[in-house]
Design a binder for this molecule. Structure first.
Ligand code: PBG
Length: 330
């Protein structure tokens, strides 16, 4: 690298005016970078606010087309579907996860027939369906790995059959990506993609999401035996390496903003399509400050999303997707 020094070099020259700043911009946010997570609930004509996520609503299946239409109109490439399973249907084993007519599958069928071009991402894990709130089967206080993986495979197959394009295992069991890939291939879903929640941390920032799903009050203990510890970074690379070797097409780091260092390492190391999930707690934190008048709404949203691009993301799952897409348009 050639180094000149002041006053020959003045780094402010490239910031002199708007057109120059645009010319030298290293990263850009585009609507194609945005993935919108949505919550689906039971009932008719339901729109339910989520307490800790101002502006986020759960929608019943019969309102889903209306709910998602703005995302389609704005050109958002994909939505990630999360079911709010009625409490009466949650049990020890997460049986409802395997019901081919559960909320997730109903939502997928509804959206696929209304919007064939919209990408559908299906979360695979047991926590929306269990009465203990864990992502897997529990025996004597332990989360069972291999038995859980069997169920996840069937869950993934049901979702693929219902029209999910991208299976997104968020459970952090070992070996699940390979098992799901094998199951999908055996049933001729060779084109169904897998976006692995590859480096998923045990995080306090999931609090509002668990509230939205109603799984927070149920959860006994924490998820520290399967989700990663915030203290680790090398381990994230090993997690991602395994998921890629097992057949993941895309990888994800989660949460987002507190883990930008991990995103950068993953992108540099693997050059794979890399995604981040700006999770519920990040949304809640920013919205709280915005609503207090402590942060500027539009600038904060866009700066937070640009940070992901700079860190190396190909895309971002964000509850701000609709608003960001609108802002990008103007
Ligand atoms: C569960 C799952 C979680 C999220 C996505 N899938 C929560 C958890 O692991 O407890 C969190 C998303 C968010 O906080 O926005 N498998």
């Amino acid at each position: 690298m050639i180094h000149t020094s002041f006053p020959t070099t003045r780094l402010r020259r490239n910031r002199h005016d708007d057109f120059t700043r645009r010319m030298v911009a290293e990263n850009r946010l585009h609507v194609d970078d945005l993935i919108w997570p949505i919550f689906v609930c039971e009932g008719h004509n339901q729109r339910q606010a989520v307490d800790a996520m101002p502006g986020v609503e759960r929608a019943s299946v019969d309102r889903l087309i209306q709910h998602v239409q703005p995302a389609v109109d704005l050109g958002i490439p994909a939505v990630a579907i999360f079911p709010v399973t009625p409490m009466a249907l949650r049990d020890e084993k997460g049986t409802e996860a395997l019901n081919p007519d559960n909320l997730m599958c109903q939502a997928a069928r509804t959206l696929k027939s209304a919007f064939p071009q919209l990408g559908l991402i299906g979360d695979v894990a047991l926590d929306p369906y269990t009465n203990h709130g864990h992502d897997g089967l529990v025996q004597d206080g332990k989360i069972l790995n291999d038995d859980t993986v069997q169920i996840l495979c069937q869950q993934a197959l049901n979702q693929a059959r219902a029209g999910i394009d991208i299976i997104a295992p968020s459970d952090m069991m070992d070996g699940r990506v390979h098992a799901i890939r094998t199951m999908l291939d055996q049933h001729d879903f060779t084109e169904t993609r897998i976006m692995a929640y590859a480096a998923k941390y045990a995080s306090a920032f999931y609090g509002p999401f668990r509230d939205a799903l109603g799984s927070d009050a149920l959860l006994s203990g924490d998820k520290g035996t399967y989700q990663m510890s915030a203290s680790n970074s090398d381990e994230a690379l090993r997690e991602v390496a395994h998921d890629i070797a097992e057949g993941a097409d895309m990888v994800m780091v989660k949460p987002g903003m507190p883990y930008l260092d991990i995103i950068r390492r993953v992108r540099d190391e693997f050059s794979m399509p890399t995604f981040a999930y700006q999770v519920s707690g990040e949304y809640a934190m920013m919205m709280a400050a915005i609503q207090n008048g402590w942060l500027d709404r539009e600038k904060t949203i866009m700066e937070s999303l640009m940070a992901f691009k700079r860190a190396g993301c190909n895309g971002i799952l964000t509850y701000f997707a609709l608003e960001a897409a609108q802002l990008l348009k103007k």
